[in-house]
Design a protein around this ligand. Structure first.
Ligand code: DAT
Ligand code: MG
Length: 137
């Protein structure tokens, strides 16, 4: 095991609902260390880079629109296996089925909107984390 870094985003729904503090507190409470933090409005170009793997999928354009609908909070968290640990804490992509106890499971649901509003993003591998951190920081 080695110390990893991961990119966490609190998406516009989480910021709008004033859940930023509650979400960050859960990540810190699990023991991960907050290394960098900022709030910003993400432009299309940045989001195209971030979501490059999803280009062409049916939810891609609605996702980019949603991510530009308000400010986001971007953070770098550090710790042993933080990439896997944060994704476990976040829960599965669909907030309706995300397990209770997870961020998406406790705070999210299907709002009947064009794209899943699932509160948070977390990098899915060491390579993704380093790529995404370079985009956002
Ligand atoms: P995750 O955010 O769990 O890593 P992902 O990388 O597969 O999920 O997708 C990125 C985001 O795109 C996800 O958080 C919400 C949206 N999304 C993914 N699959 C979707 C789908 N089938 N319908 C609507 N939105 C979707
Ligand atoms: Mg992903």
């Amino acid at each position: 095991m080695s110390t990893e870094r991961t990119l966490v985003l609190i998406k516009p729904d989480g910021v709008r609902r004033q859940l930023s503090g509650a979400i960050l507190a859960r990540i810190e409470a699990k023991g991960y260390v907050l290394a960098e933090l900022k709030k910003l409005s993400a432009g299309r170009e940045l989001l195209e880079q971030h979501y490059a793997e999803h280009e062409g999928k049916p939810f891609y354009e609605p996702l980019l629109e949603f991510m530009q609908s308000g400010p986001v909070v971007a953070a770098i968290f550090e710790g042993e296996r933080v990439i896997e640990g944060f994704r476990s804490l976040a829960g599965v992509t669909d907030p309706t089925t995300a397990a209770p106890g997870t961020i998406r499971g406790d705070f999210g649901r299907d709002w009947g909107l064009a794209v899943q509003q699932n509160l948070v993003h977390g990098s899915d591998s060491v390579e993704s984390a380093e790529r995404e951190i370079a985009i956002w920081f």
